[in-house]
Structure formats: structure tokens, C-alpha cells
Write a protein that binds this ligand. Structure first.
Ligand code: ZN
Ligand code: ZN
Ligand code: ZN
Length: 121
């Protein structure tokens, strides 16, 4: 984590009039600016998920540290972030593409919502 550097980067991009092309929030495990990680890095793997326990964004559940389980988020809280434009959405808004910028998402991710959301009750 280098907060001083990322602040500088944010100031620079807003000076250039580019709102959120570099995501403003740190995505743990991300290996590129779109939120891909060592586990999932196809062209479609640009979604980040929020942990309810630590409140941080993760490129995927496997990027989360082992000191606590990934905290599932209620279905109506924004817990999915498009790594391309930074748009945040709830489970219900989340589909096969970003509702904000139209970036395609990996449809396979929605097959295991129990990793990230409170779907059991
Ligand atoms: Zn956590
Ligand atoms: Zn990962
Ligand atoms: Zn987007």
C-alpha cells in the first residue's frame, strides 16, 4: 500500500479530466488496473467483491486473507464493483455486463453467489 502515490495519481487523473479510469479504491489481489487477479484473469474477469467483515474490495474470494472467512454481503447492498469504471452495484444489478460502462462480466461468477452474498436465507 502506497497511499501517497495513489493520491498523487488521483490528482493527476482528475487534472486530465479523466474521472475514474484508474480505480480509486484498492482492490486486494488485483494484478492490473481492471481488477484481474492471479486466479481469474480472462478478459471478462474485471469484477471486484466486497467483504462484509473487513470492508475491503477483493479481486476474488481466493485473494482474501485466511485470517477470517470472506464475509457475505446482503443482496441489496452494493458489494460488486466494475474494475473497469469503478461502478458499484448490488447482487440484483449485477449481470453479464456493467450497467454503467458496458464492460462484459464473466457469467460464471454468478454461478457461485454464496461465496460473496447472503443467498442462503
Ligand atoms: Zn474480509
Ligand atoms: Zn484472486
Ligand atoms: Zn463499468
Amino acid at each position: 500500500m502506497r497511499p501517497r502515490e495513489s493520491r498523487k495519481m488521483t490528482a493527476l487523473t482528475s487534472m486530465m479530466g479523466m474521472e475514474v479510469s484508474l480505480d480509486p479504491m484498492e482492490i486486494v489481489g488485483a494484478i492490473d488496473a481492471d481488477g484481474r487477479c492471479a486466479h481469474w484473469h480472462s478478459a471478462l474477469d474485471v469484477v471486484a467483491n466486497k467483504c462484509a467483515t473487513c470492508g475491503k474490495w477483493f479481486a476474488c474470494a481466493w485473494c482474501h486473507p485466511a485470517d477470517h472467512a470472506f464475509g457475505q454481503i446482503p443482496l441489496d447492498e452494493p458489494a460488486v464493483m466494475c474494475g473497469v469504471c469503478g461502478h458499484q452495484m448490488t447482487f440484483h444489478e449485477y449481470g453479464t455486463e456493467c450497467p454503467s460502462c458496458g464492460a462484459p462480466f464473466n457469467p460464471g461468477c454468478k454461478l457461485h453467489p454464496e461465496l460473496y452474498f447472503q443467498v442462503s436465507d
